[in-house]
Every structure is written in C-alpha cells, then in structure tokens.
Design a protein around this ligand. Structure first.
Ligand code: GDP
Ligand code: ZN
Length: 458
C-alpha cells in the first residue's frame, strides 16, 4: 500500500533525558537527509543502524540540535515502511522544534495511533494485536502486561483464525452439496457441519469464561472499603498501598484522563473506589450515610467490609452488611490484637457464607492472608498459574457472544431439519463475527475509531 509520510513525537510529553521523533513512510529517510549532517548520508547507511550528527535548518545552514538518528528500512520495521527515529535532548521545546522541521520538509503530523494503524494496514499485525499494543500501554500490573503481550504476539488471533478455518470447512462441505444437488448427501453434510460448529462453540465458551478475569487484569477490580468510623479502613488502605510492589496510576498520554488509584495485590490490580473520602477520614459512610453509600457501591466488584473485633456489632454494622448483599464481599475482622468483643456467631448469622479474614493493621498481622483471599476469590488457581489466552477486550467479548448466538441459531435450524443452506447462513455470520475480532471483516469506520484511541506517536 502507498501512504504519505507521517511524523510525531513518540515519547511522553514533558521533560525527559531524550525525546524521540518518529517518521514513517517512503520519504522518511530523504526528509532526514535534508536536515541531518553527519559522517554519512542517511540514504547511504545500512538499515537498523544509529548515527550521530546534527540537524540543520535547511537553506540557512543553521545548526539546530545534536542528535542520534536511527535508520530503519522497510519491511522489517514497526510500520513495515521506511522509518527514521530522531533522538534529541529531552524537553518540550527541543522535541517540538525538530518535529516542526520534519513537518516543514513534507511529512504530515501523524494522527493518534497512526503508526500502529499502518502496521495493521500493511499487514504486519491484526486488529487484536493492535489492541494488545494499546493494552500494553495501559497495563497496570506485570500480569496485565503479560496478557497484553500474548495478544500482541498474536496468540488470540491464532486461535480465532483456527476457529474460523473450522467454520469455513463446515461451510465448504455445504457448498459442495449445493453445487451437486444430484449428490444427495444432505444428512452427511449436515452431520459434518454440526460437528465442526459444536467444537467451535465449546472453544468460544472457554474463551468467554476467561473474559471476567481478563477484564479484571486489564481494567482493575473496582474495590470499595467500607465499615463504621474508626474500624481501620484508612489503615487497610494504607497497608495495601504500602505493601503493593507497584502502585500504578494512569500513564499520561493515554486517552483515559481520570486519575485513579491502583494497588497490585498478588498480581491483581485493585482499583480503589472513593479513596479520597477514606483518606480524609471522612469516608463514604461517615459522609453520606449508609443509604447513600449503597449508591456509591454500585460499581463495586469487590467489597472489603471492615469490622472492629474489639466492639460488639451495632445496627450500623448490620445496615452495612445489608448494603453489601449481592456483592462479592470479604470481611476484614480488624483489631485482633485487642480484646475480642465481637460475636462471631452473630456476624455469621447476619452475613452468611462470606470469607472472614482476621487482621491487626497495628501489628501488621493477617495482611498476607487478606491478599491471598482477594486474589484467590477471582483467580482460583492463582494469577501466575494461568497460561491460557485471556479475552479481556470488551469488543472481543461482544463479538464472541454474537458468534455464539449465530452458532446457536445454526444448531436449532439444523435440528429443525431446515435446508442445509439455511444453516449455512448462520454459520457464515458466525465466521464473519469472529473475523471482526482480528479485523478481517471489520468496517473501516471501526478501524478508524479504534486507532484514534491510541496516544500520539504510537
Ligand atoms: P477508619 O476510620 O475506619 O478509617 O479507621 P482508621 O484506619 O483511621 O483507624 C482508626 C484508629 O484505629 C486509628 O487510631 C488506628 O491507629 C487504629 N487501628 C487501626 N487498626 C488497628 C488494629 O489492628 N489494632 C489497633 N489496636 N488499633 C488499630
Ligand atoms: Zn478513615
């Protein structure tokens, strides 16, 4: 394919030791040569090498900057096009000035995600891989990063392509039948088609089962810490934050602007809801009352319900138990270092079959147990043990569900002894829906919209 030459600053905005201006397209190296003076012309050097030199304002021969320029020739590049990467001293002004120079020589400013989009359009990666790139940028924990990386490697794409192939074989056997109607093998054909789609259906189910875990790894588990005043909510929050191997907040430059707080609990990213309230000791419950805190809990996927073991249960505790009903809840029985005044039997009676972890945040006890309980609640085998393809992307999940529905229709059509070409229509639809995951049947509009979510320069 033929595209114009694009350029953008690929490093995050702000100050840094270096900034990189990326240029991709047929003109990339030539544009570089109009600005660069070094030992050799960039057009003369070998691919995948880096060169020291200076950039000049063309015509005026004014030295602008000291640079290192990488020359990367198609097709072994990120975009599969000729590329140069200009490394300049960090700083907003410097990088911007170089970008302006490059643009003045005929490159066009890249749209967000356009480099990755070119990798897709030039056939280097498929759509699910491109989405994986975006997930890698946004990953909050190592584990989330690994899931995204597998997607970038094309593991999910490979599986989807295999499933499509299977459906296609089924469809093909029907085509043969339609082309030779005198060869009346309807029953045999249908049998074969059904076997194929059963197998595909089972694998789609397995993939969908990973969806919840995948989404948690990707977006974090929305977690609310609730409990009466003074039971230890802030202490719990601080403990989680301190203990977390990585506290990750959203990376600037991605399109999600809201800054949320994440803690890493055994590889599971918890997205803490309403932590500001807890921080100011004016927590959710204190501030807005139990009734309204129900509202605030709506988005919670996990509730850590904290009690003070040193005090008898109160009406307010009971109200909080009611508020947490229907949510995944873990009870944190805190202040175990003090005399026990809370009636465990009463608690069990009120709350039912919910895991209870006893802790003392003062003496730093029970914290590992709590973290174990949290991660095992959502990843029974432990996050690290899982080596399968996770489906984490909402778009992929929706398409898998659609394909599953189409297959269900094909099955019932087959069972109702409908003509085999009717069944074929449903199977073909499933085939197309799966194709949309990897971008083979995705409409242009969708593709544009997806890539526009990337940050500039990616
Ligand atoms: P919150 O109001 O629920 O956020 O409770 P805080 O975390 O602010 O704790 C209230 C008080 O209880 C503070 O003085 C803490 O130091 C104390 N506290 C927290 N956890 C424990 C514990 O496990 N044992 C004891 N003895 N005191 C604790
Ligand atoms: Zn507090």
């Amino acid at each position: 394919m033929e595209f114009d030459t694009i350029a953008a600053i690929s490093t995050p905005p702000g100050e840094g030791a270096i900034a990189i201006i990326r240029v991709s397209g047929d003109q990339a190296v030539e544009i570089g040569d109009r600005l660069y003076r070094g030992k050799n012309k960039l057009q003369a050097v070998e691919s995948h090498t880096i060169h020291y030199g200076h950039l000049y304002q063309p015509e005026q021969e004014v030295k602008i900057e000291e640079v290192m320029v990488s020359v990367l020739r198609a097709p072994r590049t990120f975009t599969r096009e000729d590329m140069i990467e200009i490394n300049v001293h960090g700083g907003v002004v410097s990088a911007d000035r170089i970008l302006q120079l490059v643009l003045s020589q005929g490159a066009r400013l890249a749209e967000p995600g356009e480099f990755t989009k070119r990798a897709f359009l030039n056939g280097r990666i498929d759509l699910s891989q491109a989405e994986g790139v975006m997930d890698m940028i946004r990953a909050k924990t190592d584990r989330a990063m690994n899931v995204a990386m597998k997607q970038v490697e094309g593991r999910l794409a490979g599986q989807i392509k295999r499933l499509r192939q299977q459906l296609l074989e089924g469809i093909a056997s029907v085509e043969v039948n339609i082309d030779y109607p005198e060869y009346d093998a309807d029953a045999v054909t249908l049998q074969h088609l059904l076997e194929q789609i059963h197998a595909v259906d089972r694998e789609i189910d397995e993939l969908l089962q990973t969806a919840k875990q995948g989404r948690i790894l990707r977006e974090g588990l929305a977690t609310a810490i609730i409990g009466r005043p003074n039971v230890g909510k802030s202490s719990l929050l601080n403990t989680l934050v301190q203990d977390a191997r990585a506290i990750v907040t959203d990376i600037p430059g991605t399109t999600r602007d809201v800054l949320e707080e994440y803690v890493n609990v055994n590889g599971v990213p918890l997205r803490l809801i309403d932590t500001a309230g807890i921080r100011e000791t004016e927590d959710v419950v204190e501030r807005i009352g139990v009734e309204r805190s129900r509202q605030a809990l709506q988005d919670a996927e996990l509730i850590l319900l904290v009690f003070n073991a040193n005090e008898p249960l109160t009406k307010e505790d009971q109200a909080l138990i009611e508020a947490s009903r229907g949510f995944e809840t873990i009870v944190v029985l805190n202040k175990m270092d003090l005399e026990r005044r809370l009636d465990r039997e009463q608690l069990t009676e009120w709350i039912g079959d919910v895991p209870v972890i006893t802790t003392s945040f003062l003496q730093e006890e029970g914290i590992n147990e709590l973290e174990q309980a949290i991660s095992q609640r959502f990843f029974h085998e432990g996050v690290e043990a899982v080596e399968m393809n996770y489906v984490s992307n909402t778009r992929h999940i929706a398409l898998l569900n659609q394909a599953k529905a189409s297959i269900a229709e094909a099955k019932s059509a087959a069972e109702a002894m409908m003509p085999v070409d009717m069944v074929q229509i449903d199977v073909t639809r499933a085939w197309e829906q799966l194709g949309e995951i990897v971008g083979e049947t995705a409409p242009d509009q969708l593709i544009d919209q997806l890539f526009s979510q990337f940050c500039l320069g990616k």
